[in-house]
Write a protein that binds this ligand. Sequence first.
Ligand code: PSU
Ligand code: MN
Length: 299
Amino acid sequence: MDIKFGNSVREAQAAKAPVVALESTVISHGLPFPQNLETAFNVEQIVASVGATPATIAVLDGTICCGLSRDELNRLATEDGIRKISRRDIAIAAAKRLTAATTVATTTLIAHAAGIEVFATGGIGGVHRGYAADVSADLPELASTPITVVCSGPKIILDVAATREWLETYGITVLGWKCDEMPGFYSRTSGMPVDERVESAEEAAAIIRTRDKLGLNGAVLVAAPVPAEFEIELAEVESLIEEALHAAERQNVKGKETTPFLLSALVEKSGGRTLAANIALLKNNAHVAAEIAVALKQS
Ligand code: PSU
Ligand code: MN
């Protein structure tokens, strides 16, 4: 795969220093302006503060990029018509010289091709509620890529129980970051278990390295709960999701529009509290991912 590396990412990789991949769909389609741009800058800074190099991934005018400048992040946060691309769309975006934001699926694919071991996001995609055929391309990509993704569980707008089963069936390991329950995105709980609790980056790194030595191909998800002061309880968020799902149905929202529509409907219905929670968990996950990237290089 032809990938254009940012200077700092190229230098870090040449020095075998830790790098953390970051996705761009959350910038272009997951958060509103100007919080999307602020968050894109902030998560990069957090990764750097822990001693790893941030590598935001996107497709710019058809070029697959790994490590973006401030101007490039600005483009993703502000330009109209940026396409949200999954695996199926990469060749289209490259051939037609489009500017596109990468989902967890595409970021996983590109990060792995670029030799990056750790990736931070908010919540992964999964099985949608009420339509079990709508399975995010994130899941099969994670099942077949030996990468580590730090997230806060699947996004709670999904069928979390069905998504949990999918992860189990297809061999994706779920580690709880100082927690026993898989986090529920805006809530710290989901009622679903993790496979193993870890207390430190070193403990996670030991499991990840062993996975690599054993030649197992699935991703390790390190699931970190939203910081407590930003948590929205499961019961409260459920009623908002019901309303958002009805609005999506009334407006006939389908396919890849579904997730961005539901996230932005929740921001409105919660008076901005889901936005604050989403930003807080993105920052926290970037911190955890950087710690793990550093520990992996020391292991
Ligand atoms: N995490 C967030 N906000 C987001 C996403 C993740 O906090 O918007 C994005 C990711 O890029 C993920 C996508 O891959 O939502 C899932 O979209 P879909 O359900 O259409 O596969
Ligand atoms: Mn879908």
